[in-house]
Design a protein around this ligand. Structure first.
Ligand code: ADP
Length: 366
């Protein structure tokens, strides 16, 4: 078993900076967990504590049911892959991949077969006798992965491994990495600041902000039922639109009023102040009376669809709508936007999600 369990893990750096705060996280055996959040939120610190490159100030870290807080990094059965793949320039691919195994004094036959196997899996057997400088960025990243794979670790820890690659290659390597991880079935914790990587790669994603876990769930759950306003704004691109509204229950639902925003929805919502969230893809140009009156600012054609940036007819702020590419309204024109009541999210004054009828209450950690 190579599950990874963090309980109450915290990190305070010398200058009293609380980089990671009371993190509870259970990564299952064989799972691909993506840790995501904005720069400085504590992702790398958390990963480095699991690796043993930083000491946890508080809490317990278990790998495969063994508490590893006091275990040296080299004895933790983990392999790390970094953004900076740092291959030895004067060594061939084969030598780069076998270097760690030679240090660990494995026998030659064993080393050879592990390297060949990893090269097959990574589809680079023809590169084994080349030098790093003869390889493309993507090929070099494969070699770096190969170096981790040959060690046959219990856990892979990856810190932004694809961010040095260009956009097209990054997309390809995302799929590749998922395939390789699935074939090997090795528990993987993958750190990125890129929500697209998190959405597309993870079995589950763990979203961090300011050192604190915000939600741990399947990507679709984070998208459909974000725990709080932070997750709602972070997951999904373009970001969710937010409106401050006052809710007043009526006979057949609730009346919502805000600056430039007035509508009735057939839902049960207690009276109070809320932030209403609606995703750009859930906004539609209303044929009749919509929910929000807006003025078109800019239309950005994306091919299959258009991103329309608008301003509310009253008040200030920016609204983004993602609509069919057929719709190309003139900048300056007034349009009314509508949405399906099932597609709106409500957050309380504390920023937490307000679950609506028949919606399960979400939990921070799973
Ligand atoms: P992320 O990986 O999410 O970008 P980090 O884990 O690198 O975030 O950093 C979290 C916080 O800890 C940041 O405020 C960062 O400046 C601080 N930090 C990271 N490493 C150190 C260090 N070695 N010494 C002091 N502060 C650090």
């Amino acid at each position: 078993m190579s599950n990874v369990d963090l309980s109450g893990v915290a990190k305070v750096y010398d200058d009293d900076l609380l980089a990671v705060e009371d993190v509870d996280l259970a990564v299952e055996d064989g799972e691909f967990l993506v840790m995501v959040g904005p720069s400085g939120c504590g992702k790398s610190t958390t990963l480095r504590m699991i690796a043993g490159l930083e000491t946890a100030t508080a809490g317990e870290i278990e790998i495969g049911d063994r508490v590893v807080n006091d275990v040296r990094p080299q004895d933790r059965d983990i392999a790390m892959v970094f953004q900076n793949y740092a291959l030895y320039p004067h060594m061939t691919v084969r030598e780069n991949m076998s270097f760690g195994l030679r240090l660990a004094e494995h026998d030659d036959g064993e080393i050879e077969s592990r390297v060949e196997e990893a090269a097959e899996l990574l589809e680079i057997p023809e590169l084994l006798d080349q030098l790093p400088k003869q390889l493309s960025g993507g090929q070099q990243q494969r070699v770096a992965l190969g170096r981790a794979i040959v060690r046959d670790p219990d856990v892979f820890l990856m810190d932004e491994p694809l961010s040095n690659l260009d956009a097209k290659l990054r997309t390809q390597m995302r799929t590749e990495l998922q395939r390789i991880q699935e074939e090997l079935g090795v528990t993987t914790i993958y750190v990125t600041h890129d929500q697209t990587e998190a959405m597309t790669m993870g079995d589950r994603i763990a979203i961090l902000d300011d050192g604190e876990l915000q939600q741990v769930a399947a990507p679709k759950t984070c998208y459909d039922r974000p725990n709080n306003e932070f997750v709602a704004g972070f997951i999904g691109s373009p970001s969710m639109n937010f409106f401050d509204v006052t809710a007043t229950p009526t006979d057949d639902g609730v009346a919502l009023a805000g600056t430039g925003f007035e509508t009735n929805l057939p839902i049960d919502l207690p009276a109070g102040e809320y932030t209403l969230g609606v995703r750009p893809e859930d906004l539609a140009i209303a044929t009749g009376d919509g929910h929000i009156d807006t003025v078109v600012d800019v239309v950005e054609p994306m091919g299959a669809d258009n991103f329309i940036y608008l301003q509310p007819a009253e008040g200030s702020g920016e609204i983004t709508a993602r609509v069919d590419s057929e719709y190309h309204p003139e900048p300056g024109s007034t349009i009314s936007l509508g949405f399906d009541p099932a597609d709106v999210h409500f957050f309380g004054e504390d920023g937490e999600r307000v679950p609506l009828d028949d919606e399960p209450k979400t939990v921070t950690t799973a």
